[in-house]
Ligand binder design. Structure first.
Ligand SMILES: [Zn+2]
Length: 502
């Protein structure tokens, strides 16, 4: 099944022919060998019937906890329109939109005994017979839903988002993921379930209209349209324009285990100017904040993988937390002087090129030629902040030299150079813990495809791949509901493989 990618492709590498310098092939080293066989693809997830998805959702006990944590308890017949259903029913309704495709369809299904009866049975099991017997004979109508969505759920978006996130992280831990287990996984080849992957996507709103009123070109007749005031245009790398709201998701999954993906955190992010949308963080800031939050609860995480939107400035604080941050290398970076080793017998000039230390030489026609140096090990030392080192070999006719270089940002790097008025060295931009383009790097890059498939399944859940809600906060609620469905399925089916069981 192919879906058009809706996220901007950001890597636009300068064609190698325009460069004034050359780089040699990556050596066989700790990051792998070009002759290594690619990892076999994991098993495909079997499809699920709608009633199975709905059943797994109803059976997730965390859902009821999220509602208790995030939404105020129902007041007995307060002023305004009486609500005939308790808040958890509306929360189930929100999630069920991602099962049935729209609020209209959800309301319609919940009027039917086949579906509403299943809700009552689940409530009986989770909240007791008294609660189940007090439920109305049919589910919320569409107007009841619209009222609750607008007047209650949308007022508590941050609380719903945060309570959901913390329960999802707990679920992943309970499933045996994100755990620090001595001896499992190295820093270069972490286990699948020790790696968080993330992605941002632009989700289409129900309408593409950008003006509330348009005049018919021939008749001059004024037509009114509903507009998503938060949505805006973004141009993809290929030049295709996409319109919508931008969301960030972080997730984890177990190796070779279908239906094991747990979405850990969701956020609505800014893709307009700060002045036009001061409420939201930009993508990089939001990514760093969310990963740091997850790390506080799940310190066993070894690596995080994202795309080129995450630059050195974002990677540095996460690396300092003690994890490996992998993204493909940003194109267009020029070689940066790194180290000089001089002795009576030999001189070696090292540069940071394409994320790793390389030795500089001049070709016969006067071009700089950089030879990547083999990395023997990625070392990590952690006290308050983590330090990462590459242990390298400089091949030399006088006898090879060993060298250790820092690949996290040092205090000296952050000092301001008086001549340029800039930070001395943006080390985490130029030097990468795991060199991109290597076997180990491609393995981590591949983990991120899971995020992209998660996003495409998100918008495939709705007619015409349009998220059925106007505004970034409302669309985020729909996405949170989608994540609850996904995570309820993982909870039921994504059992940890035997080798992970403790
Ligand atoms: Zn030498």
């Amino acid at each position: 099944m192919s879906t058009p990618r809706k996220r901007p492709r950001r890597t636009k590498k300068k064609p190698a022919k325009d460069r004034t310098w050359l780089i040699g092939p990556a050596p066989d080293d700790a990051f792998g060998s070009a002759s290594d066989a690619p990892p076999p693809p994991g098993p495909e997830a079997p499809p699920l019937a709608i009633d199975e998805r709905f059943e797994h959702l109803l059976e997730n006990p965390d859902l009821y906890t999220a509602v208790r944590t995030a939404l105020p308890a129902r007041k007995p017949q307060s002023v305004g329109r009486p609500s005939t259903h308790p808040p958890y029913v509306y929360f189930l309704f929100l999630c069920a939109i991602s099962v049935f495709g729209s609020a209209r369809s959800t309301a319609c299904h919940l009027q039917r005994d086949m579906w509403w009866g299943a809700v009552r049975e689940a409530v009986r099991r989770h909240l007791g017979p008294e609660e189940a017997d007090a439920l109305a004979p049919v589910g919320p109508s569409r107007s009841q839903w619209n009222y609750f969505f607008k007047n209650h759920l949308k007022k508590h978006v941050p609380a719903v988002r945060d309570a959901s996130r913390d329960l999802w992280i707990r679920q992943a831990l309970d499933m045996g993921m994100l755990k620090e287990t001595r001896g499992r996984g190295s820093w270069i080849y972490p286990e699948r379930d020790q790696v968080i992957h993330g992605d941002a996507t632009v989700a289409a709103p129900p309408s593409d209209h950008t003006h509330h009123e348009t005049a018919d070109e021939e008749t001059g007749e004024i037509r009114r349209h509903r507009v998503d005031d938060d949505a805006s245009h973004t141009t993809e790398g290929g030049g295709r324009k996409v319109y919508g709201n931008k969301f960030l998701s972080l997730a984890v999954r177990a190796a070779n285990t279908p239906h094991s993906r747990v979405i850990l955190a969701l956020e609505s992010i800014r893709h307009k100017s700060r002045a036009r949308d001061p409420e939201r963080d930009d993508e990089g800031t939001a990514v760093v904040r969310l990963v740091q939050h997850i790390l506080r609860t799940a310190p066993g995480i070894r690596a995080f993988t994202y795309d080129t939107a995450l630059r050195g400035v974002h990677r540095a604080p996460l690396i300092a937390e003690g994890i490996v941050v992998f993204t493909p290398q940003h194109g267009g970076l020029e070689p940066h002087p790194l180290h000089q080793r001089r002795s009576k017998k030999c001189t070696h000039k090292l540069y940071a090129v394409e994320g790793r230390a390389c030795e500089w030489r001049l070709t016969v026609d006067g071009k700089a030629y950089y030879t990547p140096l083999p990395v023997d090990e990625l070392e990590r030392r952690k006290e308050n902040f983590a330090r990462f080192y590459h242990r390298l070999t400089i091949p030399c006719p006088e006898g090879d030299h060993g060298l250790r270089i820092r690949v996290d940002e040092t205090k000296e790097d952050r000092e301001i150079d008086p001549s340029t008025k800039k930070q001395r060295f943006n080390r985490t931009e130029h030097l990468r813990q795991i060199a991109p383009g290597t076997v180990a790097g491609n393995r981590l890059k591949g983990f991120r495809q899971d995020s992209e498939s998660s996003h495409s399944r998100f918008d495939q859940s709705y007619p015409h791949k349009r998220v059925p809600a106007y505004g970034a906060n409302a669309a985020l609620l729909i996405y949170i509901g989608y994540a609850w469905v996904n995570n309820s399925i993982s909870r039921a089916l994504g059992r940890k493989p035997a080798d992970l069981a403790s």
